[in-house]
Design a protein around this ligand. Structure first.
Ligand code: NDP
Ligand code: HSE
Length: 452
């Protein structure tokens, strides 16, 4: 191990004062290819703006076509080792995805004295501490701007622009695919499966789209933001997550009756001795900022003690937006290399972050319950009784007339109550024999500030 470290330090010396700076890209799909194309198309403009030439020297993917040529007529090779161990690569961009090969690529790159840039939130959420530790040992930078919110520079906003403030909360829409699906269902009345297919075609979705629709991608992103904002270590397995699979066109109909819409919101907030983190679909007022975020766009609210609440908004997924974010790191590191040496990036929360208990949401909120039942007399009475039994006050009951009797959906809204009590009521209702599917339980708010 000491020899590896020495070799790495020796190699990192070779990064000193190089111009042009050479980039190797591992993974030539949506993000990797867009990164190479943008860098090449804007090469002259970039050199003029930052005073350093940056060029792609190697690319690889899992299954290149025979004699496949990539950018600048470079061959697209098959083995990531051809990129990571190449002498003509200073910065390795990992655009493979997943947590197996990607982890090997980043470990090998750092151990061989290369700076690294990744858009891989799953990898960072699971192995970020190890990777930042390895980077620190080898005094090499890791760029992770593209890992959260695609083209929106939220990592830099929190870790640099707002570094002087104490961040109280970060929340918003951080998964473009889910937001695209929800807004397509809402605006065009299309089914979930069709909207997902469109998001996949557009290059927004993960290779395994269940990561998007089950809220796991949003979980990984909010964990990264919480680490950076609060300087705390976060165990993703402890974060409560609800995705959007259960949301139907009927839910949008009832949401509209309540002058609201539905959005998947990830939130992180300091509370008492710990932090609260969650990912779940919310009922948002239609005139709120979050309700107006459509398509694959993202919006992140950052609430600081001194700076107040700021919102960042923009394209959260897709090759061009993400490639631009990848390149923001590449260019920053290239400038360091050209000036005489890249050094480790010290992102709070990834270095010796204190483990903190994850606590329940500290305040009560209103709730939207959609029940789908086999219709018969007495359903409302029994449901209301179960809710009253938990000490909860009903705010409204909404049921459209002439619904199909064998699949009737109606909505009950509850006055503000803590999540634990709302779930107790839902658990009791789910036992009733007339229920066709489990209750859809969504928190509701009347303004964005109520998320924290
Ligand atoms: P893609 O599936 O489009 O591309 C992945 C690329 O990695 C493919 O070219 C694939 O090869 C290649 N690959 C897979 N395994 C290997 C291997 N063993 N060796 C070499 N290459 C390999 O994914 P994306 O570009 O969409 O995503 C890449 C990363 O960026 C992920 O971590 C994702 O979470 C992240 N990201 C994606 C965003 C997006 O909007 N798409 C936005 C923000 C982050 P082949 O082409 O031959 O299959
Ligand atoms: N699949 C991710 C999304 C890509 O839809 O947001 C951007 O991280």
């Amino acid at each position: 191990m000491p020899e590896v470290k020495e070799a790495a330090l020796a190699n990192s010396q070779q990064l000193v004062a190089r111009n042009p700076v050479r980039v190797g890209i591992v993974g030539y799909g949506t993000v990797g290819k867009a990164t190479a194309e943008i860098l090449t198309a804007n090469a002259q403009e970039i050199a003029r703006r930052i005073g350093v030439s940056v060029l792609v020297t190697r690319t690889c993917r899992r299954s290149p076509r025979p004699l496949e040529m990539g950018i600048n007529g470079l061959p697209v090779t098959r083995n990531w080792q051809d990129v990571v161990f190449a002498d003509d690569v200073d910065i390795v961009v990992e655009a493979v995805g997943g947590t197996d090969v990607a982890l090997q690529v980043l470990r090998a790159a750092l151990e061989n004295g290369k700076a690294v840039v990744t858009a891989n939130k799953a990898l960072l959420a699971q192995h970020g501490e190890e990777l930042f530790c390895l980077a620190k040992q080898n005094n090499l930078p890791i760029g992770i701007e593209a890992s959260v919110a695609g083209g929106v520079p939220v990592i830099r906003a929190i870790s640099e622009a707002l570094a002087a403030d104490r961040i109280q909360a970060v929340y918003g829409i951080v998964n473009g695919t889910s937001n695209y699906i929800l807004t397509q269902m809402e605006q065009h009345g299309i089914e979930f499966a069709e909207a997902l297919e469109q998001a996949q075609k557009a290059g927004y979705a993960e290779a395994d789209p269940s990561l998007d629709i089950d809220g796991l991608d949003a979980r990984d992103k909010i964990a990264i933001l919480a680490r950076i904002a609060f300087g705390l270590a976060v165990n993703i397995a402890e974060i409560p997550v609800t995705g959007i699979r259960q949301v139907t066109a009927t839910d949008f109909h009832y949401a509209h009756r309540l002058n609201s819409t539905i959005r998947l919101v990830a939130s992180a907030e300091r509370t008492g001795d710990g932090v609260h983190l969650a990912v779940q679909p919310w009922l948002e007022p239609r005139d709120s900022m979050l309700a107006k975020v459509d398509g694959a766009n993202n919006a992140i609210f950052i609430a600081g003690e001194r700076v107040g609440t700021q919102m960042l908004y923009g394209r959260g997924a897709g090759g061009s937006a993400t490639g631009t974010a990848v390149l923001s790191d590449v260019l920053q590191i290239a400038q360091q290399i050209a000036r005489g040496g890249a050094s480790a990036s010290g992102l709070a929360g990834f270095h010796n972050g204190k483990r903190t208990p994850l606590l329940p949401r500290p305040h009560a909120v209103s709730w939207f319950l959609r029940l789908t039942v086999q219709d018969r007399p007495g359903i409302l009475a029994r449901t209301a009784e179960a809710i009253a039994h938990c000490g909860i006050n009903i705010d409204s009951v909404i049921q459209e007339p002439h619904m199909p009797k064998d699949n009737l959906s109606f909505v009950i809204t509850l006055e503000p109550i803590c999540e634990k009590t709302a779930r107790e009521a839902v658990q009791a209702i789910n036992q009733f024999e007339f229920m066709k599917s489990p209750v859809l339980l969504l928190p509701m708010i009347s303004s964005a500030e109520e998320h924290v």
